[in-house]
Write a protein that binds this ligand. Structure first.
Ligand code: ATP
Length: 244
């Protein structure tokens, strides 16, 4: 069996004396979409931030076989990891194109043109709006821009924190379709989502997080059929307007 692209092993993360993530282990393989579902405050964002090197952790995290402990955020980006944060963190007074360019800081100028082409092919809307200021985009377009900016660096693993947050159902469907296209293009995805229904539909495998620990993991289809998951995460979403 080939080694996982990302391997998180026995990772714990604390804010001062409060342990927000307790000894979790998770793998993401090449060409896989893996989702972490769980309620507000379960520890999902905290875990993504630790993988990216934004928060310190106790445990072992490897990417492509390399221990990340010695790598800072920039080195992690250079090795092929990228995070699209929950609040997107765009530069509102800069154009779409300039925001994208910021994502290409580590790649040579000549390759940046290719990256623009690929990102614009995935998100034609961004191409149409390339001179527009990021702050004037709709919520869905801003999410596309945040993803596009992360993709400009040509990551092998894209971590997405709540990409559907605050978006209308039709836009959520668009975003999830693009996540599927990323896998087809050879980018692995680690997806954190409160919209468990949409996430489980697209993912290959899933982890369910509660109070800082994984309580369940397995193929996404099996997780969708688990009675605890249906009761806690899917029942409400079926009845809500979340759509997909
Ligand atoms: P959400 O979707 O609401 O972001 P989450 O599953 O991503 O939920 P986290 O944001 O990782 O959860 O939060 C995990 C726990 O850590 C929560 O109890 C939260 O209150 C706590 N926490 C998060 N950020 C901080 C911080 N900067 N300082 C102290 N505690 C924090």
């Amino acid at each position: 069996m080939t080694a996982p692209l990302l391997s998180v092993s026995g990772t714990s993360i604390s804010y001062g004396k409060v342990e927000a993530v307790r000894s979790v282990s998770l793998d993401v393989n090449a060409n896989e979409i893996v989702t972490i579902v769980g309620a507000n405050g379960a520890g999902k964002t905290t875990l993504l931030n630790a993988i990216m090197g934004i928060l310190p952790q106790h445990g072992r995290i490897t990417f492509d076989g390399i221990d990340l402990a010695a790598l800072d955020i920039e080195d992690r980006v250079a090795s092929g990891l990228s995070l699209v944060p929950e609040h997107r963190e765009l530069f509102g007074t800069m154009s779409v194109e300039d925001n994208l360019l910021l994502g290409a800081f580590r790649i040579p100028k000549a390759t940046a043109a290719k990256s623009f082409e690929r990102v614009y092919a995935l998100f034609p809307r961004l191409k149409e709006r390339r001179t527009q200021l990021a702050g004037t985009l709709s919520g869905g377009e801003q999410q596309m821009l945040a993803m596009g900016r992360a993709l400009m660096g040509e990551p092998r693993l894209l971590m997405l924190d709540e990409p559907s947050l605050g978006l209308a159902p039709l836009i959520v469907a668009d975003i999830f379709k693009i996540i599927g296209e990323l896998r087809a293009a050879g980018v692995s995805v680690l997806l954190v989502e409160q919209n468990a229904k949409a996430a489980l539909q697209i993912a290959d495998r899933a982890y369910v997080m509660e109070l800082g620990a994984f309580i369940l993991d397995g193929p996404a289809q099996a997780i969708s059929a688990d009675q605890r998951v249906i009761a806690s995460y899917l029942g409400f979403q079926h009845a809500s307007a979340s759509g997909i």
